[in-house]
Design a protein around this ligand. Structure first.
Ligand code: UD1
Length: 424
């Protein structure tokens, strides 16, 4: 078992560079399936989820190579065959929900797909209902068989789709299906995240006709075929936001190279309200904090609202701020699970449904804690940086799924953190 040993008490200072966004790169990799030939994706983060998606693509018959650069990102080349396999590996897909994003491209290009249900969701269950009903509206027939979702459609037809909720994954899958459908598709109440714009920009470079990316209504005019391209992934706003919140919590001064301030508007406004100095730079962002942060209420919402992926860091920030903060989670119902771990560090947090009431303390107190998911793990490490003594964060493979060179980057900012291996 690998753990992080975090010694509290050091301010984060210096420069850190963010590479491409995990949540974009994984979808760009799936989008490569839409065209035969070599697609090159730059600034792909060196993380476990990219390795899993590479393996998903290899099992579909693609040749995938990754050349890592010094800064935690790299060039990923996907060589897609004329006729990819249409069946994904059950065990791989179960390890990562994002692998569902191969469904749209496969059914659009090959006319069928057999994709394992991520996490064993049943058809029509919460989780995937919008992906499924959207593809059905495009003319696909979808069944669930032995843990696989089986989609068939000799040719998809353009249609109008209204999403019940602006789901990121459903919007992406439906756009990737619609680009090769016959006629035009309108996706209403679409997600507006920068990663959606990134995907649509790459698809447009491949020859797709898409309008409205980044708004709630996306219109896609289907084309017969797409061409492979070379494309650079958008910088990771969640990694950038993690370093920004870490700078404020530890009362440090950090320049986050390549961070896009416009992708973090609400989060940065919250940090300013907390008393931080936030300064957009020509190619990044500086965040500095002097003194103890003031508490700020946070409400997670689809983009451009405060990102749910930064909610654990917002709770950790509130735990050491002055006063009491109300943190409301509106996107994922189970996302406060990690709070039990934060409480082990002495945080004062009460959960009531999808609200957390956080009473700030001057300092937290180190303890062994469990990273329950990628972002919870990062939030616990930030909390460890403001705890007395040495905090051991266990199950850090979760963090490795989303943050390239997490320990090295934090050490570069002066944090005292080590990766250690313990017997299971
Ligand atoms: C993506 C991100 C994740 C981020 C989330 C919201 C990736 C790999 N992951 O996840 O980091 O936290 O966006 O910004 O990009 N839902 C349904 N039915 C559906 C689809 C979703 O009920 O068919 C629900 C989900 O259970 C969840 C909410 O909608 O409660 C939001 O999910 P969604 O936006 O789809 O998130 P993901 O694409 O899974």
């Amino acid at each position: 078992m690998e753990c992080f040993e975090v010694t509290g008490g050091t301010a984060l200072t210096g420069r850190v560079r963010v590479t491409g966004a995990k949540n974009s790169a994984l979808k760009l990799m799936a989008a490569a399936l839409l065209a035969a030939g070599r697609t090159t994706i730059e600034e792909v983060p060196d993380i476990l989820d990219v390795a899993i998606m590479s393996e998903v693509l290899r099992r579909l018959g693609c040749d995938v190579t990754y050349e890592r650069h010094e800064h935690g990102g790299g060039r990923l080349v996907v060589d897609v065959p004329e006729e990819p396999s249409t069946e994904t590996d059950y065990d791989l897909v179960r390890r990562m929900r994002a692998s569902i994003s191969v469904l749209g491209p496969l059914v659009a290009r090959c006319g069928s797909a057999r994709v394992a249900l991520p996490g064993g969701d049943a058809i029509g269950s919460r989780g995937l209902d919008m992906h499924i009903s959207g593809l059905e509206r495009l003319g696909a027939t979808i069944d669930s068989e032995h843990g696989f979702l089986v989609a068939t459609a000799p040719r998809l037809r353009g249609t109008t789709i209204w999403l019940d909720f602006p789901s990121v994954g459903a919007t992406e899958n439906l756009v990737m299906a619609a680009v090769l459908a016959e006629g035009s598709t309108v996706i209403d109440n679409a997600a507006r995240e920068p990663e959606i714009i990134d995907l649509c920009t790459m698809l447009t470079a491949m020859g797709a006709q898409i309008e409205g990316a980044g708004t709630s209504t996306i219109t896609v005019e289907g084309v017969p075929a797409l061409e492979p391209v070379t494309y650079t992934t958008v910088p990771d706003r969640i990694v950038a936001g993690t370093w920004a919140i870490g700078a404020v919590m530890t009362r440090g001064d950090v320049v986050i190279e390549r961070a896009v301030a416009d992708h973090l508007t609400v989060a940065l406004a919250k940090l300013t309200d907390a008393g931080a100095h936030v300064e957009p730079l020509p190619d990044g962002l500086r965040v500095a904090m002097d003194g103890r942060p003031r508490c700020v209420d946070v409400v997670t919402l689809p983009y451009p609202g405060f990102p749910t992926d930064l909610q654990p860091m917002a709770v950790a920030l509130a735990a050491v701020s002055t006063g009491t903060a109300l943190i409301t989670e509106n996107v994922f119902e189970g996302r406060f699970m990690f709070v039990n771990e934060l409480v082990r560090l002495g945080a004062s947090v009460r959960i009531d449904g999808h609200h957390a009431v956080v009473r700030g303390r001057e300092r937290l107190s180190s303890a062994p804690v469990l990273a329950t998911d990628i972002r919870a793990g990062a939030g616990l490490v930030l909390a460890g940086l403001v705890s007395d003594g040495v905090t051991e964060v266990q199950d850090v493979h979760h963090v490795d799924r989303g943050y390239p060179d997490f320990v090295e980057q934090l050490r570069g900012l002066g944090a005292k953190i080590e990766r250690v291996r313990r017997p299971d």
